[in-house]
Design a protein around this ligand. Structure first.
Ligand code: HEC
Length: 133
């Protein structure tokens, strides 16, 4: 079976209004992490991030956008997947630099790795959000 797939994640229409809360650098890769002010406030208060939240990893290579990794959470989205694959109500998508879906990505891979962060709302940079202004 082909691993490529679309799902319910949409490219965030409000990308410019999201807050850039941390940066991760590795070699020629620079990752800017963005989410909404509402999601940041919720995490600081120890609450679940609101439904409708996007978290975006903008992956820059040599200063240019290379791709976007997007997580989006909406009520009931978890049931689209088998329980063993589920990451709460989050779904994941890989968008190319032109903001179209990369259909050669298998987003089960995203979920498999992020499942390890279940205790932190499936977010690796959870503690960076807590520390964000
Ligand atoms: C092998 C493990 C692994 C896989 C696979 C993976 N991620 Fe992540 N992801 C991470 C780590 C670790 C970070 C923290 C930033 C870093 O170290 O680069 C992260 C960060 C993120 C973030 C920023 C929010 C956060 O959790 O910190 C988003 C959004 C994201 N990943 C989306 C995706 C998407 C979409 C895919 C699949 C296309 C994916 N990830 C695949 C490990 C993974």
């Amino acid at each position: 079976m082909a691993s490529a797939e679309s799902n319910r994640v949409t490219f965030p229409s409000n990308l410019e209004r999201l807050v850039h809360y941390t940066t991760v650098k590795r070699g020629n890769v620079t990752e800017h992490m963005l989410t909404s002010q509402e999601a940041i406030e919720a995490i600081k208060l120890g609450q679940a991030v609101p439904n409708g939240t996007h978290v975006v990893l903008v992956d820059y290579r040599d200063g240019k956008v290379f791709r976007y990794f997007v997580m989006e959470k909406r009520e009931g989205w978890g049931v689209d997947y088998e329980p063993s694959r589920r990451t709460g109500d989050w779904q994941f998508q890989h968008f190319k630099a032109d903001k179209t879906i990369n259909m050669s990505e298998n987003t089960a891979r995203c979920q498999s790795c992020h499942q390890g962060r279940e205790d932190n709302q499936y977010l690796y940079t959870f503690n960076d959000i807590k520390r964000a202004k």
